[in-house]
Design a protein. Structure first.
Length: 504
């Protein structure tokens, strides 16, 4: 016995399907033609399909007013509902009743009639969806083959889950293409940062080693070793008492050097100095320099006192020539006293946290710091030179005495930091579709029947992502290959096409 369901209600509780009922009522084909003004006959344009009607003949042997009312209640609707028949369990029609039942009473409440249903789209639809997974083809492109065993072209939904974020998603076939997001969106952008290569403070210079040649000026001879301690906040530059000029150099003293873990084209030094006399007659030399892998000076700073008759010293800013030479680009005379008003590298300067200095190289430009001001110089020959080593020299002039009364009382370096500048790195850019995002391209109106052809991201409508020209194409009966495209840096965890077959 045929069963009929409309809107989830079984109509055959109230009526019995009569002989002559059939579902093989074809579509209402309506070919369209156009007339030509210069020739006979008409030209074919296209064929449209009209609505499909399903007459349901029935009879009723034991009808009651209550059953009649229930039947009318089930048929009373303002929108199409699902119409299903037991003889076609795999199909469903979206129908709405039209006209009257044309009921003909036979005996008492018994009679016969016809209910006519109109299917506006003219199609029967599959009750169950079919799924087609995307897999990589021989070219590494995600591809799915959709098999439509129906007799009508149908829209396709797509579900995509991302394993790694993407800037765009595209679906392509021979029948059209759709795109969401922007192909040009990148995952990473190149930026620059400063990297700390060395940091020495509070007298901890254990990673500095004894040097044998001071490359800024090889007349600054090495005759012994210097050391460091943690006194006065830490200091490098301690020398033994009564060392002598055993090599007859223009200067004689000691060298410590730091081999950098990475070479640096652009760099920055931030440190503290202490250069202070106890007696007017004292002399001495202090020099910090940066050299390249060929041991040629790039830039540096020297503090020297060569006069015995007056308490005057020079801070000299040094520049290399790319070939081992050294020249003074600026010198400033000052009094190396204990007072910060005269000397930023004094005991009072240290106590007031004002004894810092810095050097910065950027391309062919070197910038030096003195007493709150900056002084820059340019040298094209050092533009591409890379710092490989830092050296520190402390010593005495030729003819001078290394004893405490004759050598500058304080000649130290501390709180030394070396930074590699403008180091390129890739910064991750949050993309339009993040890792783990679930995208649903809804061509059928599954999420909202009034809005077919929409993209949802994590169940939220994304109306601004659709690129102009997107076509929510349909697939005809047979086999159709579709490809899924994402950003080159993206990774898809899973993706599938979903269809509900339809029959004319």
């Amino acid at each position: 016995m045929e069963k009929v369901f409309y809107g989830g209600i079984e109509l055959t509780k109230y009526i019995t399907v009569a002989k002559g009922f059939t579902l093989f009522d074809g579509a209402d084909f309506d070919p369209q033609f156009g007339d030509y003004s210069t020739s006979d006959g008409s030209g074919f344009l296209f064929t449209r399909k009209g609505v499909k009607k399903i007459p349901l003949p029935f009879y009723n042997k034991t009808g009651t007013f209550e059953e009649y009312d229930e039947l009318q209640k089930a048929l009373n609707t303002e929108e199409p509902k699902e119409l299903k028949f037991s003889r076609a369990p795999e199909k469903v029609f979206y129908a709405i009743p039209t006209g009257t039942m044309s009921f003909e009473a036979l005996v008492r409440n018994n009679g016969k009639g016809t209910i006519t249903f109109v299917i506006s789209d003219g199609l029967a639809h599959a009750k169950n969806s079919k799924y087609f997974e995307f897999k990589k083809n021989a070219q590494g492109v995600l591809e799915a083959e959709i098999i439509n065993n129906g007799s009508a072209e149908i829209p396709v939904n797509y579900r995509i889950k991302l394993k790694h974020e993407s800037g765009y998603v595209g679906i392509v076939s021979q029948y059209g293409a759709m795109q969401f997001g922007k192909i040009e969106e990148t995952d990473l952008v190149e930026e620059k940062k400063n990297v700390l290569l060395a940091a020495n403070g509070k007298g901890d210079f254990k990673n500095w080693t004894d040097g044998t040649i001071f490359y800024e000026n090889q007349n600054k001879k090495v005759v012994m070793k210097m050391s460091a301690d943690s006194s006065f906040g830490g200091r490098l530059g301690l020398l033994p008492a009564n060392f002598t000029n055993t090599v007859n150099g223009a200067y004689f003293g000691a060298v410590k050097e730091l081999k950098l873990s990475e070479q640096a084209k652009d760099w920055y030094i931030w440190a503290r100095a202490w250069f202070e006399t106890g007696l007017v007659s004292q002399t001495g030399a202090w020099c910090l320099s940066v050299v390249d892998s060929d041991n040629h000076l790039i830039a540096g700073m020297a503090i020297e006192k060569s006069e015995r008759a007056r308490n005057r010293a020079l801070v000299a800013f040094l520049m290399g020539d790319g070939a081992g030479g050294s020249r003074v680009v600026k010198s400033i005379e000052f009094t190396p006293s204990v007072w910060v008003r005269d000397n930023p590298y004094s005991s009072e300067g240290r106590d007031q946290d004002r004894n810092m200095f810095d050097l910065r190289k950027q391309g062919d430009k070197v910038t030096y710091f003195w007493y709150g001001g900056y002084h820059s110089s340019f040298e094209s020959r050092i533009k591409d030179k890379r710092a490989a080593k830092v050296q520190f020299f402390v010593g005495q002039y030729k003819g001078g005495n290394s004893s405490i009364p004759s050598l500058v009382t304080h000649h130290y370096l501390n709180d030394f930091s070396f930074y590699k500048l403008n180091v390129p790195f890739w910064r991750d850019v949050p993309n339009r579709y993040p890792t783990g995002a679930e995208l649903f391209i809804d061509a059928t109106g599954e999420m909202n029947p009034e809005e077919k052809g929409r993209l949802y991201v994590n169940n939220l409508l994304a109306p601004d992502d659709e690129i102009l020209g997107t076509d929510y194409f349909k697939v005809p009966p047979g086999k159709t290959k579709v490809q899924l495209l994402v950003s080159s840096f993206a990774e898809v965890e899973s993706a599938r096409a979903e269809i509900e077959e339809a029959w004319i």
